[in-house]
Ligand binder design. Sequence first.
Ligand code: CAA
Length: 246
Amino acid sequence: MTRIALVTGGIGGLGTAICTRLAQDGYTVVANHHPSEADAAEAWKKDRADAGFSIDTIAADVSSFEDSARMVNEITAHHGPIDILINCAGITRDKTFKKMEAAQWNAVISVNLNSVFNVTRPVWEGMLERGFGRIVNISSVNGQRGQFGQANYSAAKAGMHGFTMALAQEGASKGVTVNTISPGYVETAMTLAMDETVRNSIISGIPMRRMAQPDEIAAAISFLVSDESAYVTGANLPVNGGLFMH
Ligand code: CAA
């Protein structure tokens, strides 16, 4: 039976590449999107179908536990239990800390970090019971090294990997692996939204002197969810062009 993969933030720049790669790999893929993006999701689904990929979409606000649980129930009823979860939903609210408001802190923590609890919690027990699961949390180089103007984002992204390491221990003896991928700067709408001068100065500091293509991140995810990676758990795999090494 084909394995079922859920990608949160699935219709975004990175999400699209991840969904497409997992569909190419032969999984049944469901792309989550925010309820406010219903029209964009419809167009996205058609675009993916035109490209030869049949990928289902589902609306849910992953910053809400109730809505996330409802989403998981609907996917399970329609497709079957979720074997692979990619926690990819994320936003930025960049501000120097002296200007950062509580709303900007809370929005980023809710969408980027609380979502990881909200979506993983309802799929977790089923994975343990079935003896197979793959969870990949999409963090960031900026969770590893911090970034000027991103106290909220860096905190959330660092938190994701703490979660990964704890949960990896709970899943290890049950066939469920939990890993983090920490992308560097990837060519998506999120990085394009940055001021051009700031962006260019960041690129000049990347040893490879370029941003990543979304496909280059998706390839690492393809590896982590595969059967061959069964012995990899609790890892934080950087895909950052050499921007941060440790
Ligand atoms: N280090 C030190 N000082 C810096 C700096 C840096 N990296 N960047 C800016 N500054 C300084 C400026 O020189 C300026 O100094 P003065 O006040 O002395 O003139 C000051 O900081 C700018 O302060 P502002 O109050 O004007 O800044 P702001 O609150 O409006 O916000 C910012 C500025 C939007 C945070 C901007 O610095 C920025 O865009 N930084 C980059 C943030 C970033 O990397 N975002 C990544 C988005 S993509 C993503 O997140 C994906 C991923 O995972 C990688």
